[in-house]
Design a binder for this molecule. Sequence first.
Ligand SMILES: Cc1cc2nc3c(=O)[nH]c(=O)nc-3n(C[C@H](O)[C@H](O)[C@H](O)COP(=O)(O)OP(=O)(O)OC[C@H]3O[C@@H](n4cnc5c(N)ncnc54)[C@H](O)[C@@H]3O)c2cc1C
Length: 314
Amino acid sequence: MSDVRVAEVISETSDAVSLVLDAELSYEPGQFLTFRLPNGLERCYSLSSSPYTGEKPTVTVKRMPGGACSSWICSSVVAGTVLEARDPAGVFTPSSLDRDLVLFAGGSGITPVMSIIKSVLAAGSGRMVLFYANRDPSSVIFAAELRRLAAEHPARLQVTHWLECLQGIPSRAQLEAWASSFDAREAFVCGPGPFMDAVVSVLPSARVERFDVFQEEITETGDSSTVDVSLDGVRKRLAWPSHKRLLDVLLDSGLDAPYSCRQGQCSACACRIVRGEVRLLHNEVLDDDDLAEGYALACQALPVTDEVEVTYED
Ligand SMILES: Cc1cc2nc3c(=O)[nH]c(=O)nc-3n(C[C@H](O)[C@H](O)[C@H](O)COP(=O)(O)OP(=O)(O)OC[C@H]3O[C@@H](n4cnc5c(N)ncnc54)[C@H](O)[C@@H]3O)c2cc1C
């Protein structure tokens, strides 16, 4: 975790703000930062800025009614607030800025998509079409900026706004009809679960960024296991509280453990359990053979046995 100072707070809509950060960050379009808020909870927020435009790193946060962290951010963060953040992570990034893309965003799901759009326009040659669904006109984040970018790059960016108050929730058939001319393109979708599910049913290869999962708070029981870890030729013995993910235990102890998405969707944090047992909160990448060989995802692993031994060595 490192401290980042908020340089400016921009009000985007009545329930969304952008936090412009005074920080030098190296990141890819579509990646996110994980913040530890003063209430002790950690939340991920995607960067809406582009690393290619010279703008300061910026995250955009939408208030969730009753949400423990987004409400605090939207009402209490001001210029000068210092937040704790982890390094940028995530794999919701285009393979090339020169490829044509088809993009789907719903509500605050526009955040990583905005970073991709600005990056492709600034540093690549790809053409993009965006399907952007919102409740009503007042909830459209980045409306003016998208209008400006589409006007400046008419041959490279086309935006379709879909307003639920006028058109209802987009059906699978409507999404299919809209996407049919672009189905050979690399596709990205970020938004509410049912919206993403509908898009994926039409474009099964679409890359998905889920905002609403895998952040469950695990009840703190006070129990703790012990983990022996071998990484980069070093062996260390650490206490592993039963509610804490292995990756967080390693990073908090100063070990340079590898990771990327932190959501069980890539295998950058894969390690091997040599002794003991762990359980994975979520796993989209390891198959039964991998699990049988002892592989685990550190970002999703909680201890089951009192003693666990983990290795990152071959
Ligand atoms: C990779 C990633 C990137 C993300 N990027 C962004 C982004 O760019 N912008 C953005 O705004 N968000 C983003 N999110 C979502 C964000 O991390 C938070 O999940 C979101 O802000 C809600 O957090 P919260 O603490 O405010 O709400 P929480 O307290 O976690 O609550 C979430 C919702 O559940 C409801 N709830 C809470 N407890 C209960 C309960 N006991 N019973 C019933 N309902 C309950 C709340 O009312 C609220 O509506 C991202 C998430 C991920 C994983």
